[in-house]
Design a binder for this molecule. Structure first.
Ligand code: NAD
Length: 249
């Protein structure tokens, strides 16, 4: 891959697995120095993921264990990135969780956690990173929303509300930065076969006594006309494009 983003520093929240890791890897492949983040069993596991990325892609990679539920820790993630790698040019707000249940029995603590991790963390990270981008006169903010930022499904009250919120937040910050060399975009993936979706496939397979593969096909048939999962590398390539000069306006 050509190093079109050489010299840029990127932070990707929730990047120890799934889509976030795929995006971090593609940004690193395009030359970015990277800070990974996520909930791992201990910080050493996160540091090892960063160290393998560094060796594989010959770029600088660090790990910070900020919990996206805590605005102070999100501020520390941005400060850490600036101190370790010299700034924040690209912020990818990707951390997210899911819980499914009908609205009247939706656990209140799951509502709070989903709104906190999937939506409020984007606000806190943007608020912390934007002044750093403005000082450097360049920035790219990429929020990982979802098709559920555009349409709804039953049993996903918190997730759908949070992802619609991410799209609203994206539009506001895009307007507020429109005259600067800072862009703000949201990506709305359909189904991607990550740990977050494996859990939904397993639930459906158990509930309907069908195989994992039949459950996967059934989920796809609900909302994804191609009947194919989107690959994390496709989303990584989209993030690299949105960070490139081609997407500057
Ligand atoms: P995943 O479970 O593989 O990854 C989630 C990441 O978020 C992990 O690195 C995890 O450690 C991190 N995380 C969770 N809670 C955290 C917290 N409190 N603090 C810090 N990190 C935390 O899931 P994924 O499917 O890769 O999802 C990534 C994003 O993509 C989410 O925002 C999700 O809503 C969105 N998305 C996923 C799909 C899909 O089909 N998989 C579709 C559309 C959008």
């Amino acid at each position: 891959m050509s190093k079109t983003l050489k010299g840029k520093v990127a932070v990707v929240t929730g990047s120890t697995s799934g889509i976030g890791f795929g995006i971090a890897k593609m940004l690193a492949g395009a030359g970015c120095d990277i800070v990974l983040n996520g909930l791992t069993k201990d910080p050493e596991e996160g540091r090892q993921i960063a160290s393998s990325l560094e060796k594989e892609l010959q770029t600088r990679a660090r790990f910070h264990a900020a919990n996206m539920l805590d605005p102070d820790q999100i501020g520390e993630l941005i400060r850490f990135t600036t101190e370790e790698l010299g700034g924040v040019d690209i912020l990818v707000n990707n951390a997210g969780i899911q819980h499914t249940a009908p609205v009247e029995s939706f656990p209140k603590e799951k509502w709070d956690a989903i709104i906190g991790i999937n939506l409020s963390s984007c606000f806190h990270a943007i608020q912390a990173a934007l002044p750093v981008m403005r000082k450097r006169g360049w920035g790219r903010i990429i929020n990982i929303a979802s098709t559920h930022g555009l349409v709804a499904s039953k049993n996903k009250a918190a997730y759908v509300a949070a992802k619609h919120g991410v799209i609203g937040l994206t539009k506001v910050v895009a307007l507020e930065t429109a005259e600067e060399d800072i862009t703000v975009n949201a990506i709305c993936p359909g189904w991607v076969r990550t740990p977050l979706v494996e859990a939904q496939i397993s639930d459906l397979a158990t509930r309907e006594s069908i195989s994992q593969e039949d459950a996967a096909r059934k989920l796809l048939a609900e909302k994804q006309p191609s009947l194919r999962f989107t690959e994390v590398d496709d989303l990584g390539a989209m993030a690299v494009f949105l960070a490139s000069d081609a997407a500057a306006n």
